[in-house]
Ligand binder design. Structure first.
Ligand SMILES: Cc1cc2nc3c(=O)[nH]c(=O)nc-3n(C[C@H](O)[C@H](O)[C@H](O)COP(=O)(O)OP(=O)(O)OC[C@H]3O[C@@H](n4cnc5c(N)ncnc54)[C@H](O)[C@@H]3O)c2cc1C
Length: 593
């Protein structure tokens, strides 16, 4: 095995991200291919930083989005499936050489990790070492808006993972690759250096990743190697569920019934995978140099200040053991009351395992299986109500990933319902800034925005309230809010975030109808009746007594609020509601391709 390379962590090509050519693709006029003509409002999306032109083309037309729906353009999952099919017999006949590799992505755990377990089996059968690797890609973090606390969480997790794997004689090699487009070639270089003919990984469902993997499957095959991929991130793999008419569900309730029935009929979907088997001492010797690899620091473009890092580390300890502890504790102490309390942000009645599901320190399968095993029945939709309810929430995560795979243009800045791209949004920067800073004068909105700024997480009810406020009360482009969330959430997950924004902005799959507009004051009174959550996150309002906390300027606490320099409401809800209804109605009716 050619493993003599220095195992010290290196940065490929020594290139700096800033050297990436900054030339942008031109806004084409679509003269040759009408489907390439950008959307009418593409310039706005570019100007307000919604479409990152450093990495992506201008916002596509609604007609192009429709072309995916009409099967005129191939979905990325189909491209991957075609690549796998094309190379199937070659991959099957590839002989194991000197090692098997598992490529960690958003599956940073040893337990119940399908591809890792399969890679381990392959290595054991052939009597060769299993090598694990992870690529740090600052450009992917930038293109995917990965938040600094999330990157920090992943790097902290890698340290733990390295130790856990080392105890099994398995090395974890981590390298920073400056240019994202060089990742496939760099991985092929590893394979050659380590004498590995097999590369195992779990599938990620975002468009960039599916397309990259489709080309990597072929690239590996061209070099006589096999890339072996598994569905792992969802309990039920995307594409497995169809309505009676054979179509992908676009409504949650029937989809959920089908999801439950599918799991009941395929109980193995809840069988958990063991951690990988130990490499033999001899195998460890063969790859000894790789154990010296150092885990890189958080890349420059995603670093936290020392103060922030300390806070995030205290709030969100990393690693799979922590994930399991959190899950077990929730199931022991809170799951029974989940249905009654989950909507009240002051209660801390939810599991807060989203950070672990996003990083893959916990699998959705383990989450559902653990909750199910606390129930009196093996049925997911029977028994203790709290357990049923919680499992159905975890299922929402699967639902949104299924949606992403079938409607890939939602990953390209288009709404699920293309005609909603014709709404004329406001781009009022003072309003957006007030929303981001938690200074809108609506206490429940401001408390929630301060929560996300402080701990990188926000209660689900509050996510809905602030999202509705942004796109309906302020009529700001929902994609600015979606982006802000990704840039700040420690549990940022494209599919769930896009799904949540699509729901609240009424532009997504199974959404809140556009004419149902949350009244922030009523939401505040209903879900934070004592103002406990507001007082926790808005210290300057702590002295405001009673119901005035929900609206201090209009409920007799104006002097106090003013003295505390808490802002007055930046909009009148009734007026902005009317404005939103008009803008939505006009936008949907507008005929723009
Ligand atoms: C505007 C908006 C943006 C959102 N962005 C994200 C995001 O980036 N990442 C993310 O994981 N979730 C997101 N959600 C969904 C939800 O708010 C969080 O998953 C949940 O608050 C996480 O807290 P928890 O782990 O305590 O949830 P629990 O209530 O304990 O639920 C358990 C798990 O079920 C899943 N889940 C629960 N509710 C939802 C939901 N509505 N949609 C999808 N999955 C759900 C999550 O994986 C969650 O961890 C968003 C929701 C909205 C309305």
């Amino acid at each position: 095995m050619a493993s003599k390379r220095s195992a010290k962590q290196r940065v490929s090509s020594g290139d700096d991200v800033r050297e990436e050519p900054t030339k942008r693709p031109k806004l084409g006029n679509g003269a040759q291919d009408p489907l390439r003509k950008p959307h009418h409002f593409a310039a706005e999306a570019e100007e307000h930083g919604i479409v990152l032109r450093k990495f992506y083309p201008p916002e596509m037309s609604n007609a192009r989005a429709q072309a995916y729906n009409n099967n005129e353009l191939p979905r990325p999952i189909k491209q991957l499936e075609a690549a796998l099919e094309e190379t199937a017999s070659m991959r099957k006949n590839t002989k194991v050489k000197e090692a098997v590799i598992h490529w960690f992505k958003m599956d940073l755990r040893t337990t119940d990790n399908r591809a890792l377990w399969e890679a381990s089996q392959k290595a054991q059968e052939a009597g060769v070492p299993l090598i694990c690797m992870y690529i740090v890609s600052p450009q992917d973090f930038e293109a995917h808006l990965t938040s600094p606390p999330r990157v920090d969480f992943m790097i902290r997790t890698l340290h733990k993972l390295k130790q856990d794997l080392a105890a099994l004689n398995i090395p974890l090699y981590v390298e920073t690759v400056a240019k994202r487009k060089e990742i496939p070639e760099r991985i092929l270089e590893f394979m050659e250096e380590w004498g590995a003919s097999h590369l195992y990984a779990n599938i990620e469902y975002e468009v960039d990743e599916l397309r990259r993997e489709a080309s990597m499957v072929k690239l590996c095959a061209d070099r006589g190697a096999a890339m072996v991929l598994f569905h792992d991130t969802c309990v039920v793999p995307p594409g497995a569920l169809h309505s009676g008419a054979g179509k992908q569900y676009a409504v949650y309730s029937p989809w959920y019934r089908a999801w439950v029935a599918h799991v009941h009929a395929n109980q193995e979907l809840l069988s958990l995978f063991e951690p990988p088997a130990k490499n033999s001492a001899a195998a460890r010797e063969k790859v000894a140099a790789l154990f010296d690899c150092e885990i890189p620091d958080v890349p420059e473009n995603k670093q936290l200040s020392e103060k922030d890092a300390k806070r995030f580390r205290a709030t969100w300890p990393a690693g799979e053991r922590e994930a399991m502890d959190r899950l077990e504790k929730f199931c022991d102490e809170k799951i029974g009351e989940y249905g009654k309390k989950r909507n009240f942000p002051a209660e801390a009645a939810t599991s807060s395992i989203s950070v672990h599901l996003a990083a893959g320190t916990l699998s959705a399968r383990t989450a559902v299986r653990t909750a199910r095993d606390r129930n009196k029945t093996k049925k997911l939709d029977a028994g203790v109500e709290g357990i049923q309810g919680w499992i159905s929430e975890v299922a929402w995560r699967d639902f949104y990933k299924h949606v992403l795979v079938h409607w890939p243009y939602i990953c390209m800045n288009k709404p699920f319902k293309p005609e909603y791209a014709n709404i004329e949004w406001s781009y009022n920067s003072a309003h957006f800034e007030a929303w981001c800073q938690g200074r809108t004068g609506f206490p429940i909105v401001d408390a929630a925005m301060r929560q996300i700024q402080s701990i990188g997480w926000m209660h689900n009810r509050c996510r809905m309230i602030v999202a509705s406020f942004l796109c309906k009360d302020l009529l700001l482009d929902w994609r600015m809010g979606e982006k802000f969330f990704m840039e700040h959430l420690i549990d940022g997950d494209f599919a769930s975030n896009n799904g949540g924004w699509g729901f609240s902005a009424s532009v997504g799959v199974d959404p809140q109808p556009y004419f149902r507009i949350f009244n922030p004051l009523l939401q505040s009174e209903k879900f934070d009746p004592d103002g406990e959550y507001i007082r926790k996150w808005i210290p300057e309002l702590r002295g405001v007594k009673g119901k005035a906390i929900h609206d201090p300027y209009n409920r007799g606490a104006a002097a106090e609020a003013k003295k505390a320099e808490y802002p007055k409401p930046i909009v009148d809800h009734r007026e902005s509601r009317d404005r939103a209804l008009k803008a939505y109605k006009e936008g949907i009716g507008r005929d723009k391709p």
